[in-house]
Design a protein. Structure first.
Length: 108
């Protein structure tokens, strides 16, 4: 028997989808190195999603997006799913880039 994550319905679908799109955009192969450099310049560890939001790193490149406001408008379960989605995206970054930015990926 294998582990299967329970599906939890997203409550605020529009806000969740908008924030999810911003996260996906940040981790696109053509943009991820810029995103990692930006985190490095600001001294933000990649797993610190709250700081990524508060420092408005996801907004760079997005026109009218306010990621922190979107995140704050989500329900607690939606927020948890968004954090999980963000973490899954950062773990999917290619190994060469992860090695180049190993300081961002290090645990404290």
């Amino acid at each position: 028997m294998t582990f299967e994550q329970a599906a939890i319905k997203v409550q605020k679908e529009r806000e969740f989808a908008e924030l999810q799109a911003a996260v996906q955009d940040a981790f696109q192969p053509k943009r991820v190195e810029w995103f990692l450099k930006h985190l490095d310049r600001k001294g933000i560890r990649i797993r610190d999603f709250d700081r990524v939001l508060s420092e408005k790193v996801l907004e760079n490149g997005g026109a009218q997006l306010n990621a922190k406001q979107l995140y704050d408008s989500l329900t607690v379960s939606d927020q948890a799913q968004m954090r999980e989605f963000y973490l899954s995206q950062l773990e999917a970054v290619e190994l060469a880039l992860r090695h180049k930015f190993k300081k961002l990926y290090q645990y404290y």
